[in-house]
Design a protein around this ligand. Structure first.
Ligand code: P1T
Length: 379
């Protein structure tokens, strides 16, 4: 089945009791048992909920994976993955990643004895250098947030396999429309569903998708035992969003290309970060592993001054200044003070994240209007 058909049909079935074509919102915390232990597969909604089950099936199908698990946020999904580790274990992570992922790694799990190495992962030699007998996990985010570096998933998988480590790919920026990491050798795909997957900036949720049955036993145990599960209304919203994922992503990519090209040609704009440019340092890897280049773009203005970036951000009329990304409406952001403020300034500088960087989540409006907004804001 092709992607567009899967986005609409895979994993979901008409409601068995009524035939409702849309998955009902099972707004219930518990389920009646006829006799102790004699039930219909549902006991308590932290453990199972039919709306969540259908969403989990749909997520697994879109990534060509066997199992899907949904969480109350992308961070709850990340948290569940790190719980696979124990004190003394080591993780190699990209050094350009969502600030909240950096924060949970360094502020929650490092004090518990797990060691994290942050390296520029588009250079696989930098990863190899950190591999040792304690390496248990390689954490990839690609394209990265916010510098749009592209990491070679197949190459990272080869390093992980050699090291006997799990390869986790945060696929939030790409979605399965653009790349399916399990097919490139990843063990676990992680999502903030809050973004493109839900697509309408109306819910916060996360997910994991993977194939391995033993992993499923452990991860679903943690999902239930620790309890970071989403409610059925939110699961319904993501299920609804998924049905248009392919159409939205197509437009995000089309608009992203037009805007990246407009910015690149603008005399007041300095470096533009977008993996679709032929001269992007990882363009070949992006062209190999992605179906298109996405709607996320970062840039700095000529002169690289923070005050100029702030002035542009204040002038935008359509690109609303807000955290998050991947919704139908365009957003702008200032990573140094917003999404990546929890990464120390020195670490941000080392990763190449300038205090004057502007990040755009290009929505699905008419590209001409978005370009007009950029034109008036940049001047
Ligand atoms: O916000 P939440 O649903 O918990 O997801 C966290 C997360 C995980 N991974 C990536 C790559 C992310 O970008 C995020 C969240 N990011 C933002 C809120 C942001 O504006 O970048």
């Amino acid at each position: 089945m092709k992607f567009g058909t899967k986005a609409i049909h895979a994993g979901v079935h008409p409601d068995p009791t009524t035939g409702a074509i849309m998955t009902p919102i099972y707004q219930t915390s518990t389920y009646v048992q006829r006799s102790p232990g004699d039930h219909k597969g549902f006991e308590y909604s932290r453990t199972h909920n039919p709306t969540r089950t259908q969403l989990q099936n749909a997520l697994a199908a879109l990534d060509n994976g066997k199992h899907g698990l949904a969480f109350a946020s992308g961070m709850a999904a990340t948290d569940c993955v790190v719980k696979l580790l124990k004190p003394g274990d080591e993780v190699i992570s990209t050094n350009d990643l969502y600030g909240g992922s950096y924060r949970i790694f360094t502020k929650v799990y490092e004090p518990l004895g797990i060691k994290f190495h942050f390296v520029p992962m588009h250079d696989m030699a930098a990863v190899r250098e950190k591999v040792n007998e304690r390496t248990r996990m390689i954490w990839v985010e690609t394209p990265t947030n916010p510098l749009l570096n592209v990491i070679d998933i197949a190459a990272a998988s080869a390093v992980a396999k050699e090291a006997g480590a799990l390869l986790v790919v945060d696929n939030t920026f790409s979605t399965p429309y653009l790349q399916t990491p399990l097919e490139l050798g990843a063990d676990i795909v992680a999502y903030s569903l809050t973004k493109y997957m839900a697509g309408h900036s109306d819910t916060v949720m996360g997910a994991l998708v993977y194939n391995d049955d033993q992993l499923h036993e452990r991860l679903s145990f943690y999902q239930n035992a620790c309890g970071g599960t989403p409610g059925p209304q939110d699961c319904f919203l993501v299920l609804r969003g998924l049905k248009t994922l392919h159409i939205r992503m197509q437009r995000h990519c089309e608009n992203g290309r037009k805007i990246a090209e407009f910015l690149k040609a603008h005399p007041k704009v300095g470096k533009v970060y977008w993996p679709g440019f032929a001269d992007h340092p990882n363009h070949e890897v992006a062209a190999k592993q992605m179906n298109d280049f996405g709607g996320m773009i970062s840039f700095v203005l000529e002169g690289d001054r923070k005050e100029d970036a702030v002035a542009v951000l204040e002038k935008f009329e359509l690109f609303s200044l807000a955290e998050s990304l991947g919704g139908v409406e365009s957003l702008s952001g200032h990573p140094a003070t917003m999404t990546h403020a929890s990464i120390p300034a020195e670490e941000r500088r080392k990763a190449g994240l300038s205090d004057s960087l502007i990040r755009l989540s290009v929505g699905i409006e008419d590209a001409d209007d978005l370009i007009e907004d950029l034109r008036q804001a940049i001047g």
